[in-house]
Ligand binder design. Structure first.
Ligand SMILES: [Zn+2]
Length: 210
């Protein structure tokens, strides 16, 4: 119960801060949301996008999942939660930027690299992280002699690129990118240093952003 009490107390602070000191913001947000940015982040509790970039309510439309992955466009009758949120952000909210935010020490990417047993407790995780299977293959081809830690970091980077590529398999993403209405960004947060890196297509590297 102690954990829940902590959050109830936290919510009181949020309520006071936003409903009393920033009433104007909440008055405007009651009418609807107009975020300009969609962020795809990991479910990892250490990487909280709103906290990290100090965004206000209404600033960021966020999708969080294991290993911050975007699946490819698929036209079948499965439940496509990520694709549905992506469709809403791009086609209805008309966001102008999509940030895929990866991070170091990602458990999802580690399980992809190590391979996890295909048992009843990994049924969904195993299939999900395999969205980035080509990132794993690339890393094993390029960094075959490296330590598991180095390989994991390379795969965290490469999987962000897989998600950026998969975004372009959705026709309405590609059309808006081609028309100059939508920009895609690959970001990487390094937990151990607190640094934030951004992918630069020209150099093919993640370069220090902050
Ligand atoms: Zn993660």
């Amino acid at each position: 119960m102690k954990e829940i009490q902590k959050f109830i107390h936290g919510f009181r602070g949020f309520q006071e801060e936003y409903f009393r000191s920033d009433h104007e913001l909440f008055n405007s947000l009651q009418k609807g949301q107009r975020p300009k940015v969609l962020l795809v982040g990991c479910s990892d509790s250490r990487v909280d996008p709103s906290l990290m970039v100090r965004s206000e309510p209404g600033d960021l439309f966020i999708i969080r999942n294991v290993a911050n992955l975007v699946p490819p466009c698929e036209h079948d009758h499965s439940y496509h939660g990520v694709s549905a949120a992506l469709e809403y952000a791009v086609c209805h909210l008309m966001v102008e930027h999509i940030i895929v935010l990866g991070h170091s020490n990602c458990g999802g990417i580690r399980s992809l690299m190590e391979g996890i047993p295909d048992d009843s407790h990994n049924e969904y995780i195993s299939k999900w992280v395999n969205i980035a299977a080509r990132a794993r293959k690339k890393v094993l081809d390029t960094f075959s002699g490296s330590t598991p830690e180095r390989q994991a970091k390379a795969c965290e980077h490469a999987s962000i690129l897989v998600s950026l590529e998969n975004l372009l398999t959705f026709s309405w993403v590609r059309e808006r990118v081609d028309a100059g209405l939508l920009d895609l960004h690959g970001w990487y947060f390094e937990i151990e240093t607190g640094n934030l890196y951004s992918y630069h297509p020209a150099s093919g590297e993640f370069e220090l952003l902050v």
